[in-house]
Design a protein around this ligand. Structure first.
Ligand SMILES: NC(=O)c1ccc[n+]([C@@H]2O[C@H](COP(=O)([O-])OP(=O)(O)OC[C@H]3O[C@@H](n4cnc5c(N)ncnc54)[C@H](OP(=O)(O)O)[C@@H]3O)[C@@H](O)[C@H]2O)c1
Length: 346
């Protein structure tokens, strides 16, 4: 059953060397070389071609209980990746199959075939399964439609709007009939991109000028749905602008992930008078929506109605740069680390 193999036998793997305090630094990570293990019964060896760096990985670097276990010191990091099976001891996942799995941050992953999902890289590139057709896409879809229950003709605000989740949340809102879609992002280039390329009705740079004033100017009819990727000051500003019976899908709080002191939201009592609901969610509770999401998103992609943005960083040696760059806002759309070309000899 086993076929293929790994000629070099060397696997470069990123470990967590120290738990970051505040903004992580390159010294918190270590790249080690180890041998690629042979697959055991039911296992496959995957040569990773693309891997994801996600904001949630920052949370897993803290030693606190959460919905996913923290990363362990001196142990490999992990996360979403897509690659090609180069050796297999499983009848279900043959050599040559492209698979999505959870052992990124390394060149080769050895894992049970049951922990992989075969994906078709002839209909969409491998990176799409980490972005527009993957976890970030489903997060945008479920957050907007199932958590915030966005309805046609509503006014929508998306923060972190030029990132992986935000760029899709804004486009889905437009395609599902929002009256207006407003976004925020951290540079003038991103603001232009939201309006000129993605079709947002308006956008502002949260680093330039008071957030509350900028948001007020762009939302003369208030906000019915706020898709919150950042928390903190932008959440507070959005609460001032929420309409009666508005809904906030609390997706993420990236403005808080590296800050030593949490931003204290001062206007929560507005939830009462405006009957606004503020609902946090995790994409993992919405896997049952994956099929509906993939069908609808695939249709939009085929018709050219959704623009896909990806920022690539090349080489396993630069995976930490990509992660830190994503936290600093160096990405437009999904930040992806490219590890190998599928055409390259193993
Ligand atoms: N609930 C869930 O299940 C779920 C699933 C996936 C992701 N999320 C959350 O969704 C959010 C977006 O994730 P993503 O994967 O799409 O990442 P992303 O938006 O592609 O990348 C992160 C972006 O955050 C922005 N940022 C960094 N510091 C910021 C700050 N202080 N204030 C405002 N924005 C800041 C940067 O853009 P700028 O240039 O605009 O600053 C950066 O590009 C994150 O909060 C993440 O934790 C939640």
């Amino acid at each position: 059953m086993s076929a293929g193999g790994v000629s070099s036998g060397v696997n470069r793997v990123w470990q967590l060397a120290a738990r970051p305090t505040g903004f992580p630094s390159p010294e918190d990570f270590r790249l080690v070389e180890e041998a690629v293990p042979a697959p055991g019964p039911g296992q496959v060896v995957v040569r990773n071609e693309v891997m994801s760096v996600d904001p949630a990985m920052r949370g897993r670097m803290n030693d606190v209980p959460s919905y996913v276990a923290p990363f362990q010191l001196d142990r490999p990091l992990d996360g979403g990746a897509v690659g090609t099976v180069v050796a297999s001891e499983s009848p279900d996942v043959p050599v040559g199959a492209s698979v999505l799995h959870g052992l990124g941050w390394r060149e080769y992953a050895v894992l049970d075939a049951g922990h992989t999902r075969v994906v078709d890289t002839t209909i969409a590139p491998a990176s799409a399964y980490l972005g527009v057709l993957g976890m970030p896409g489903l997060t945008a879809y479920a957050g907007l439609l199932d958590v915030a229950h966005m309805r046609p003709d509503e006014n929508v605000f998306v923060s972190g709007a030029a990132g992986a989740v935000g760029s899709l949340a804004g486009q889905i809102a437009r395609l599902r009939g929002a009256r207006t879609v407003i976004g925020s992002a951290g540079s003038p280039e991103k603001v232009r991109y939201l309006v000129d390329d993605l079709g947002f009705d308006g956008a502002f740079n949260y680093k330039e000028g008071p957030i509350r004033t900028q948001l007020k100017q762009l939302t003369p009819d208030g906000i019915d749905v706020y898709f919150d990727n950042v928390g903190g000051e932008q959440l507070e500003a959005a609460l001032f602008r929420m309409n009666l019976h508005g809904r906030v899908a609390v997706c993420g709080a990236i403005s808080q992930y590296n800050s030593p002191e949490p931003y204290g939201i001062r206007n929560l009592s507005l939830l009462i008078s405006k009957r606004v609901s503020l609902l946090g969610f995790l994409v993992m509770d919405h896997w049952d929506r994956r099929q509906a999401f993939v069908e609808e998103m695939s249709g939009w992609l085929r018709e050219g109605k959704v623009k896909v943005s990806e920022t690539f960083v090349d080489g396993i040696g630069h995976a930490v740069d990509a992660f830190l760059g994503m936290l600093r806002g160096e990405n437009v759309g999904k930040m992806i680390v490219r590890l190998a070309d599928p055409g390259e000899p193993v």
